[in-house]
Design a protein around this ligand. Structure first.
Ligand code: FAQ
Length: 311
């Protein structure tokens, strides 16, 4: 019966068992996973744009090779995530259509511009750093295909974070102008990185249910706090300052206090009014249209060879 199926699902989730594609699941669980995984996949592929902006201008062959590999990894992450979402019965086409029509979100962070080379380092350090902090717990998500995709993605994100840190360190220890460029990038990326974790807990529409379902393991504010605590000693080691005069160690809490986040800015970016929203989505639509011939050729090839392995 329906009640028994639902009870079995609840028991499996409570016992930390994985839910797999063929298992019964509540429609709302399926819909919430598709929502989150689609947003995550879209973030990976839109997230290629800010850094790709610097591939042709990387300061050395080594930096260029590293950056190209990183941006390719992001495309790969998008593909694992779309595939994982397909196991829930939604096609990649459907999800991309929703992205292009503005009906599904992608992370707010990718609506900010990359103005200097140091932004590439700051993205690696802070944006990938925030991404790992948020995603490591997702490796224990109750939905099997999402959790497994996260394991590989997190390994690659760790490399991305280290390369960003190393690149910023080189700039910070470089000429005064390079140091200043690194500091300026950190000044611009710090607050948007804190917004990546989502709205404060008391305004987070999905958190309570997602935590019961063990899609999310920690609240938005918990992960944001963890990230701040991780970044403070790293900023010190980098010789850079985090742009928050209220940031200080709180002995009693055993955590850092930090200043107020401008949630109005966050809401504006989500509404489409960030500095680069227009540019990001139009570039994405253009790339999709320009790739139409590749999809047609791949479909024609697959049709020609279906049920025929003669080559
Ligand atoms: N931006 O109720 P909640 C990366 C939306 S990392 C835009 O708290 P939830 C790697 C939220 O969707 C970035 N929208 O939602 C990389 C919901 O709207 P909806 C991607 C946001 O799901 C690095 C509404 O606000 N990572 O790409 C944001 O419980 C460098 C209410 O919020 C992931 O997606 C935001 N920052 O918690 C790539 C991780 N925050 O759906 C390239 C997986 C919230 O009702 C270069 N996702 N919203 O229309 C998650 O962990 C969660 O979905 C949260 C939000 C924590 C993001």
């Amino acid at each position: 019966t329906a009640a028994a199926r639902e009870a079995a699902f609840d028991t499996a989730v409570a016992a930390d068992e994985r839910i797999e594609p063929r298992d019964w699941m509540p429609e709302a669980y399926r819909a919430s996973l598709v929502r989150q995984m689609a947003q995550h996949a879209h973030s990976e592929i839109i997230g290629m744009q800010p850094e790709a902006n610097w591939i042709t201008r990387a300061p050395s062959l080594r930096r260029k090779a590293i950056l190209m590999a990183k941006v390719q990894d992001e495309a790969g992450h998008g593909l694992y995530l779309y595939s994982a979402a397909e196991t829930l019965g939604t096609s990649r086409d459907e999800l991309l259509d929703k992205l292009h029509a503005g009906r599904q979100k992608y992370s707010s962070i990718f609506n900010y511009p990359t103005l200097t080379w140091a932004d590439v380092g700051a993205i690696g350090w802070l944006v990938d750093g925030a991404a790992i902090t948020n995603q490591v717990p997702l490796c224990r998500c109750s939905y099997g295909p999402y959790a497994r995709a996260m394991v590989r993605i997190c390994k690659e994100e760790s490399f991305h974070q280290r390369q960003g840190y190393e690149s910023l360190l080189a700039l910070s220890r470089g000429t005064p102008a390079q140091h200043e460029m690194a500091q300026d990038a950190v000044n611009r990326w710090w607050w948007p990185s804190l917004m990546m974790f989502g709205p404060p807990d008391d305004e987070s529409a999905h958190s309570a249910q997602s935590m019961i379902w063990k899609i999310k393991r920690h609240s938005n504010d918990e992960l944001r706090q963890r990230f701040v605590d991780i970044c403070v000693p790293q900023a010190e080691a980098l010789g850079l300052t985090l742009p928050d005069p209220d940031l200080k160690w709180n002995e009693e809490r055993g955590q850092h206090d930090f200043g107020a986040i401008d949630w109005n800015e966050f809401r504006e970016v989500l509404k489409g009014n960030g500095p680069c929203n227009e540019a990001r989505i139009s570039q994405r639509r253009r790339a999709h249209e320009e790739g139409a011939w590749v999809r047609e050729a791949a479909t024609a090839y697959a049709t020609k060879h279906s049920g025929d392995d003669s080559g």
